[in-house]
Design a protein around this ligand. Structure first.
Ligand SMILES: Nc1nc2c(c(=O)[nH]1)N[C@H]1C(S)=C(S)[C@@H](COP(=O)(O)O)O[C@H]1N2
Ligand SMILES: [Mo]
Length: 417
């Protein structure tokens, strides 16, 4: 893997190149024609690089609306990673101000008063629009659940396993646990006359077309999952209006599934009577490369997330010698966390951590703590979680090209002086 692919801009460029090559093969169109289809005639046609550059240069809006100060967030191109040390002492629910942001392009500025969500397609008999007032008049459900990027932990493929995955180089802060309020998607689908022949839905965001995909951000979702009781169209985060950066006026919430399933700024949901494929469940968000082989019809598509743990410490951490109360969080999309073990000696010996909110929400996380008598030296701190389904964090995660779902135990460097 070319290490420069870890840089976001290079990565987007690489994705665009891959898209263009695939289109050349599939459609027989020339590079020039494909780029023209993607970007229109007004943009120079020299190279994909020129397009990406121009597209960003011409964009007048900052990609993110809310303040993301450096002591709380790490800036990664159009994205913001929550610093885990900023979560120390804040409780189970991530405040909106600290919630990580993953934007493929730019937060759109949408007027909730004129906005509506369209549900249409061959899989419904009664295509219709829902305004914000329509949504708020329907029965409301509130649940505390995580949203976590599929690439959370990606940087550790490179730093721990020596094979960098391509994409945003997150450490472990591409996760937030919110208390979300909204309407069951199944309620909306029923009102739109859901047919029993429906197979997949395609929820689409109102943010800009993502150049590498040639479409709006949109991730196909099987109707079986879409109609589960925990899948919501949410309009509130932590009891407040959904913040602009997190999907205002409405976003999808698909608990336990990779972040991309939780489409922000929902504009349209198409219900299809066939399986749907686009960039977001083929080129991206599938397991390819390494032992998975090249992209093809049998490439595994990502769905449910994995088990992870993180220390609420700066990375790397520094201490003065003495007795320390070390805190962290663990989470699993497969249930609750039953047990967390922490090692201060590179995994030779382990201490069982005390879990704070035992019986934590499924697909939320558990806060834990453990005492450490820190003596001068350099250390690798490790935390290993076990969930209610019996999943234990492994020592390594098999490589995949796009660096998804790194669930291995992370070595957190620490220096005690
Ligand atoms: N419309 C739209 N929805 C989107 C995205 C996006 O760029 N556009 N990013 C997805 C990804 S990859 C993730 S991880 C989550 C991030 O949600 P957050 O920014 O609210 O934390 O939103 C998902 N939904
Ligand atoms: Mo993501």
């Amino acid at each position: 893997m070319n290490p420069s692919l870890r840089d976001e801009a290079t990565y987007e460029q690489d994705r665009l190149e891959r898209y263009v090559r695939k289109q050349e093969q599939e459609t027989g169109l020339s590079r020039r024609e494909i780029l023209k289809k993607l970007f229109g005639a007004s943009v120079g046609l020299a190279s994909a690089a020129a397009f990406t550059g121009r597209a960003y240069a011409a964009e007048p809006l900052p990609p993110i609306v809310k303040p993301t100060p450096n002591d709380k967030f790490i800036t990664l191109s159009t994205n913001r990673e929550t610093r885990f040390e900023a979560l120390k002492g804040v409780g189970e629910v991530t405040p909106a101000a600290l919630f990580f942001i993953r934007n493929h392009t730019t937060t759109p500025r949408i007027d909730g008063a004129t906005w509506s969500l369209r549900i249409e397609g061959p899989g419904v008999t009664n295509p219709r629009n829902f305004t914000l007032a329509d949504l708020e008049a329907l029965p409301q459900v509130t649940q505390t659940r995580a949203i976590e990027c599929a690439g959370n932990g990606r940087s550790f493929y490179g730093s721990q396993q020596g094979t960098a995955g391509s994409g945003t180089a997150w450490r472990l802060g591409a996760i937030g646990v919110g208390t979300w309020t909204g309407v069951r998607l199944s309620t909306l689908l029923e009102l739109a006359g859901l047919k029993n022949t429906a197979v997949d839905i395609l929820p689409e965001g109102l943010d800009d077309v993502f150049p590498a995909a040639g479409t709006h951000v949109s991730r196909p979702l099987p109707i079986e999952r879409a109609t589960d009781d925990d899948v919501l169209v949410v309009t509130k985060l932590n009891g407040e209006t959904l913040p602009q950066d997190h999907g205002y006026p409405a976003r999808l919430l698909v608990p336990g599934w990779i972040g991309i399933a939780n489409i922000k700024w929902l504009g349209k949901i198409t219900v299809a009577e066939e399986a749907l494929f686009n960039y977001f469940n083929t080129t991206q968000y599938t397991f390819i490369g390494g032992s998975y082989g090249p992209l093809g019809p049998s490439s595994p598509v990502l769905g449910r997330q994995v088990v992870k743990s993180a220390f609420e410490l700066p990375f790397p951490a520094t201490f003065t010698a003495g007795l320390k109360l070390i805190t962290g969080r663990s989470w699993s999309a497969h249930g609750t966390i039953k047990r967390v073990d922490v090692s201060f000696d590179e995994g030779t010996t382990w201490t069982r951590a005390v879990l704070k909110n035992r019986g934590n929400d499924p697909q939320g996380w558990v806060e834990w703590q453990v005492q450490w008598n820190a003596k001068a030296g350099s250390y690798g701190l490790k935390a290993r979680a076990t969930d209610s389904a019996g999943n234990v964090q492994p020592v390594t995660t098999p490589f995949n090209t796009n660096g998804y779902q790194f669930d291995a135990i992370v070595r957190h460097p620490a220096v005690v002086s």
